[in-house]
Design a protein. Structure first.
Length: 250
């Protein structure tokens, strides 16, 4: 009976590891898919140990690895110059605020353009917010200058200021799509970021490098294969134990 319990514990722990690795593969696949998405922030995993009755080996309680929760890596991506004056990047903390149908969203992707009525919008058509929450309408036929403090100028006249927002904690934010964040914690307080500069004619790259993601992907796949072998071994040991018990009882 002790041997059977130990084998069940081996299978349970290996199966838990397989599940955690599958979740890691999902996160990595999403990071790889968005390696070229401007301003994308990588998803990472936070591991924990779970103790369950099935982890009891007859003498001690084993623990099983699980992904307790994913987390978003908000580290700065590299800024690269473009030839588009409507491309804008942030150096430092904070996000561009945009007006979406369900309420404000936040993004690091400053790949903006003009809507038909001259409103400055994101690639998905969301209006870029100004301080105060309004839309920013410009004359597409005139040059646009965007200063480091977010002020938007046309013909030397200030027409608005980009709403660059930071938060007291990013724990109250969740992803919406690949490149937007929304507030899920009503207590979360928006604030103006300190020491953040706005750069016109630049875009921030994804902070997940394709090479790094590929290396992690290979590592997780190898771990997955090892855990599969452990599950197969545990199943085979259980089968042999049952066969031995059957022989003794016959």
């Amino acid at each position: 009976m002790h041997l059977s319990l130990a084998m069940d514990s081996l299978t349970a722990i290996a199966a838990s590891g397989l599940r955690a690795r599958m979740e890691s593969l999902d996160l990595l696949a999403n990071n790889v898919a968005n390696a070229a998405t401007g301003g994308y922030k990588a998803d990472r995993e936070f591991y924990s140990l779970y103790a369950a009755p099935e982890a009891w080996d007859g003498e001690a309680l084993s623990t099983m690895p699980v992904i307790e929760r994913p987390w978003i890596d908000f580290s700065q991506g590299v800024l690269h110059a473009t030839s588009n004056p409507l491309d804008v990047a942030l150096s430092g903390k904070g996000f561009f605020s945009v007006n979406a149908p369900g309420g404000p969203l936040y993004t690091r992707n400053g790949n903006f353009s003009f809507a038909k009525d001259g409103t400055l919008v994101t690639a998905d058509g969301y209006a870029v917010r100004t301080q105060g929450g309004g839309d920013l309408k410009l004359d597409p036929a005139r040059p646009v200058d965007i200063l480091e403090d977010g002020s938007v100028m046309q013909s030397g006249v200030a027409v608005g200021k980009l709403d660059v927002t930071d938060f007291t904690s990013t724990a109250g934010l969740t992803k919406q799509g690949a490149n937007y964040l929304r507030i899920v914690d009503p207590a979360l307080s928006p604030s103006a970021p300190a020491d953040t500069a706005v750069y016109q004619g630049k875009l921030e790259t994804s902070n997940t490098g394709s090479a790094e993601a590929a290396v992690r992907l290979v590592s997780v796949m190898r771990q997955f294969e090892m855990l599969e072998k452990a599950v197969s071994l545990g199943t085979d040991m259980n089968r042999r134990a049952i066969e031995e018990v059957a022989k003794v009882g016959s």
